[in-house]
Design a protein around this ligand. Structure first.
Ligand code: SIN
Length: 278
């Protein structure tokens, strides 16, 4: 029987389900749970790559990431890997996937294929709780603002990965996206307000200089990363985290040097983001 156990901070653990045999009732229950909890954690889901893609396709079209290496047989599967010799990991800072796109991805489904003996956890943070904990005065200001997001400084020809010569990312010349989104968006299902800026991809507030933007952005990043808005997921082979990119941030910990970690990520397309109106 399906059991959904909320965590403190963000997310819920889901038991009693085999994702290879998801029926319409199960899909409805998981959709409702994802909108409510922001990220769902599953154990012992030994999905083949095709089953991983089929599960993701229940939620929408696959949003193929243009920069990540892909599983050679399955272009819809992005490979998130670190070998024992590599020092940097992928996703090792607070971010939400694809916020640099005009229509950012709805969610990502990460499946653990190989995990280190210890470490390699992923942190998640709750962007509704982060917004709600702000003062009424700052909320009012943020609700009127837009922010500029970009992929250039991360994935572009002069970006972080290119400068490090990181062969796990491709197509630097395609990193030309800049997108403007409201700073506070409404969750498309729950209608709840969500803080929608992130340290990795947000550059500035629209109409503000970089310098003017930085102190408020840095405050928001520190505020939203407070431990009480977070949970920490410890991976085992076959574990899955399915997160909503609008309502959560995530952060892959890089605390397992000398060991391999191999994850498969499938990302699901989203719709246009709407400003939240108080
Ligand atoms: C990601 O940022 O999409 C990857 C997260 C992880 O590897 O834990």
């Amino acid at each position: 029987m399906l059991e959904i156990q909320a965590r403190s901070g963000v997310g819920a653990d889901v038991d009693g389900i085999d994702l290879r045999e998801l029926d319409d009732a199960g899909h409805g229950a998981l959709s409702e749970a994802l909108a409510r909890h922001g990220v769902l954690f599953f154990r012992d889901q030994n999905l083949s790559p095709q089953q991983h893609l089929a599960f993701a396709a229940r939620w929408g079209a696959i949003d193929v990431n243009r920069f990540f290496a892909h599983d050679p047989q399955h272009p819809g599967i992005a490979v998130v890997s670190k070998s024992p010799e590599q020092v940097d990991n992928i996703g090792g800072g607070w971010h939400t996937d694809h916020s640099y796109d005009q229509t950012p991805a709805m969610g990502s489904i990460l499946l653990a294929r190989e995990v280190p003996p210890r470490g390699g956890e992923t942190l998640f943070a709750n962007m509704n709780a982060a917004f709600e904990a702000l003062s009424p005065g700052l909320k009012r200001i943020l609700c009127e603002l837009n922010a500029v997001h970009s992929s250039r400084h991360v994935f572009g020809t002069a970006g972080l990965y290119a400068r490090a010569g990181d062969v796990r990312m491709n197509n630097a010349e395609l990193a030309t996206q800049d997108a403007v989104h409201p700073v506070v968006i409404a969750h498309p299902v729950s209608g709840l307000p969500l803080l929608y800026v992130n340290r990795a991809f947000t550059l500035r507030f629209e109409g503000w200089t970089d310098l003017e933007s930085q102190s408020l952005l840095q405050f928001l990043y520190a505020h939203a990363a407070r431990p009480e808005f977070q949970t920490r997921f410890e991976w085992r082979p076959g574990s899955i985290a399915f997160w909503d990119n609008r309502s959560t941030w995530h952060y892959a910990l890089n605390n397992y040097h000398g060991h391999a970690r191999l994850m498969h990520r499938v990302t699901v397309q989203g719709g246009a983001l709407e400003r939240w109106r108080p």
